[in-house]
Design a binder for this molecule. Sequence first.
Ligand code: BG6
Ligand code: MG
Length: 221
Amino acid sequence: HFRAVIFDLDGVITDTARYHHRAWKRLADELNIDFDEAFAENLKGIDRRASLQMILDRGNVAVDGAEFEHLCEMKNDWYRELIGSMTRDDLLPGAFEALKAVRNAGLRIGLASVSRNAPTILERLGITDMFDTVVDAGLLKRGKPDPEIFLKAAADLGVDPEDCLGVEDAASGVAAIKAAGMAALGIGNPSVLGQADAVISGLDDFILDEYLFEAPIEQAS
Ligand code: BG6
Ligand code: MG
């Protein structure tokens, strides 16, 4: 059964997915580019530069390199304003308990977030030392849905991918987990996480024993 659990951060452990959403929407509004819920859902899990490119493509807007960097910085400044007041209370329900359960079961824990703000957020939440590895997003060559980040986490942990359970709220993230050859637990809406082996609505429904002893895990209803 599983020897490690590799968690995504934004939208799984804490509700920062809504802050990314808000900051990107603000940028899209300034550029007069249409930004709806379905589009926002597709942006989940996508790294900063690729997200901006998707927004610009949607609006058929072309910018030069300097402007591209400027727009990335603007969005990140707004995002950092939103996360600036986060505390331990911003852990999603069940997140801390899930991490503790994994740890108590003797499994290793990895973080696979493409966000360069992830270490700051872990600090604010007070959970940095619960992770055996936090993949450095700055060193990645390819973002999700590429499996690179999950494979890197597994390698850091010294665990074979097939012995890892990946936990994700984004379709791009679930695709990355499956491409890495891992079992995927989706968090959120089964209709957008169809590739996951099972889907729960949040970590408050996380029951480690079920995933440990029922490999391969089954699609939840
Ligand atoms: C992911 C989020 O975790 O991190 C994306 O799901 C976000 O929405 C990405 O774009 C990159 O984050 P950052 O903090 O490096 O801009
Ligand atoms: Mg996420």
